[in-house]
Design a protein around this ligand. Structure first.
Ligand SMILES: *Cc1c(COP(=O)(O)O)cnc(C)c1O
Length: 357
């Protein structure tokens, strides 16, 4: 029996995609082998790869002057790749921090450049107002995390125009709502939240930012070299790339970003209403900054957290524990979480409150 998996990542994959992958597992389109057995240089895989890239471009409306790279090393690999590709050791980059991932990104960047923390939320329950950011004069770039997965805090709009290029970590929101790509110099994401299995990282980079990497940048994280090689300078994560492609096709069949945004807002809204209407559950994120992907909440009796996750688990509602660094509870409700899963969670929450509240 399939359960509703509320994990922050790796996370649910749409069931039709899993079924198609299963059907194609032994013999992809009469080719006599699985995609994972194909040469990445074969015309068959190149077709899979190009279609995935084209579908991602179409879904996200990525302008022509941006490259899309399919890499390994996760979003965390990019924490280091970003400074190496965009700045010299003496340069400064600005980081705006509204959660734990942004802080990790800044800490990693410090190994390679000077980091200016332009603004930091305290606690991580809001996004610092752009008017209060203390930006450097000649920043190499400005790094933001539009959706903070662990803290459940999200930007409600892209920042207004900035002098330095914006770099956005969209790991937990890629394909969940529309993003104006042209506002950013670089967008990047680990795939395992909203667009596939782990092992794949997506980098979307504007052409004029290529060719600036310092020479000691490892080949596998050199965006220019990767771009010239069509992300196939070495063996790419072929199977994850294929699944990301199937997920893009699935999303297009759902009506694309516009349709999924509406569903995502509805799912999040009903969960927040349930939390706000009860005295037993609470969410302390300032309402303007609540994430529609990662809904964090606490119980009036935190000693019941474990009982909550265990009883929910027995009803097929899995992985509702908060991140190990913050505790509490969290429901990650990415694109592949059916609305029925959110409804089942709400029903469970009401029953749990009646029993223990
Ligand atoms: C999950 C996550 C990461 C880390 O991703 P890895 O692929 O595990 O390196 C970084 N940033 C954000 C916003 C995330 O949600």
């Amino acid at each position: 029996m399939r359960v509703y998996n509320f994990s922050a990542g790796p996370a649910m994959v749409p069931e039709p995609v899993l079924k198609q992958a299963a059907e194609e597992m032994l013999d992809w389109h009469g080719y006599g082998m699985s995609v994972m057995e194909m040469s990445h240089r074969s015309p068959e895989f190149l077709q899979i790869a190009e279609e995935a890239a084209a579908d991602l471009r179409e879904l996200m409306r990525i302008p022509d002057d941006y490259r899309v790279l399919f890499l390994q090393g996760g979003a965390t690999g990019q924490f280091a790749a970003i400074p190496m590709n965009l700045a010299k050791p003496t340069h400064t980059a600005d980081y705006v921090i509204n959660g734990i991932w942004g802080k990790k990104a800044a800490d990693e960047a410090k190994k390679f450049i000077k980091v200016n923390i332009a603004a930091q939320a305290d606690p991580f329950t809001y996004v610092p107002d752009q008017k209060a950011w203390r930006l450097s004069d000649k920043a190499a770039y400005i790094h933001i995390t539009p959706n903070e997965t662990i803290n459940g805090v999200a930007f409600k709009a892209a920042p207004i125009e900035t002098k330095a290029s914006l770099v956005g970590d969209i790991s937990s929101m890629i394909l969940s709502e529309s993003i104006d790509v042209s506002r950013y110099g670089v967008l990047y994401a680990g795939a395992q939240k909203n667009m596939g299995p782990a092992g794949l990282a997506i980098v979307i980079v504007r052409d004029d930012l290529l060719g600036r990497a310092r020479k000691e940048t490892p080949l596998v994280w050199n965006w220019s070299e990767k771009s010239v090689a069509g992300s196939m300078l070495n063996t790419p994560p072929t199977y994850s790339w294929y699944l990301a492609g199937l997920i893009c096709k699935w999303l297009k069949a759902q009506g694309g970003i516009k349709a999924i945004t509406e569903i995502n807002h509805r799912k999040a809204q009903k969960l927040y209403v349930t939390i706000d209407e009860s005295d037993f559950y609470s969410n302390n994120i300032k309402p303007d900054y609540r994430s529609i992907m990662n809904v964090v909440f606490t119980l009036a009796k935190p000693e019941l957290d474990k009982t909550f996750t265990e009883e929910a688990g027995r009803q097929g509602l899995k992985n509702l524990g908060g991140h190990r660094s913050v505790g509490g509870l969290r429901a990650s409700i990415y694109n592949a979480m059916p609305e029925a899963g959110v409804d089942a969670l709400i029903k469970f929450m009401k029953e749990f409150e009646k029993k223990y509240g």
